[in-house]
Design a protein around this ligand. Sequence first.
Ligand code: ASP
Length: 309
Amino acid sequence: EVFLPLVITFSLFAESPAIVIHGGAGWFSNMSPDEIKDLKKGLKMAADKGFDILENGGSSVDAVEAAIIILEDNPLFNAGRGSFYTSEERQEMDASIMEGNTQNAGAVSGVTNVKNPISLALAVMNKSEHVMLSGEGAESFAALQGLEIVDRSYFYHEKRYQSLLKAIEKEKFGTVGAVALDLDGNLCAGTSTGGMSNKKWGRIGDSPIIGAGTYANNNTCAVSSTGWGEFFIRGVIAYDIAAMMEYKNISLKEAAAEVIQTKLTSMGGTGGVIGIDKNLNTVMEFNTKGMYRASYINDSIMVKIYANE
Ligand code: ASP
């Protein structure tokens, strides 16, 4: 007798890669057409770069890092160069990254001299036995890893500084983030921020907190948050979206809408998330007037700011 083996084939691979990025959520009043143009250009550059890496077979981790580096280097966004100032006129940055296949994660908080905090978060993930490092210790680790250390003046941004001095933007936020699906079917999420303008006492928001600002699991989704960090920490927002998908067996779109529009909103929190799942479903959900955002899916790029665009 001959037994014919039963061959079940299923694809571990994504048919097409995708990246979604954000540059912060808020009300964005008084923006000039030139500012809007420059912001959109910055978002497009970051999405282009990330997608290019993915299309050439690069990993979602590499794409997320590269897209975030572009936004950190662009002083128009509150991350890396151009970060908001603390009440002590310093710039203290936070970042985190998580990969969905291994659920490895890395995060840093309160770093002041590392050119690209997202790369430091990645080094924490890949080259240390820890998940989160802070302040001077994180900076020593960055130097040890050969990451680029810059003079604090590199991060200086006249407009941010003036906004601190005039205290005109009391509750001003902003953050950058990216989520991606690569051709191997792996998800990754990353987030980077200068935090809240005028923050005091070593305040840390949600951006470097795994589960609040960043979360990725291949079985559910990859999420990066932006908004009023205290609420995102208390609501464990990024993880809540993944957990709702897993426990309630609902779609990414339904989970994100419920977490942002119902749960976060009823707590009094404001902000938004970007997300992606392994089936190329993406989401950009926010309860503010706008969220700087871009996606590159199926060879088509989209860049938007306001809700009604
Ligand atoms: N979530 C960030 C923080 O609280 C700020 C933001 O995303 O706008 O530090």
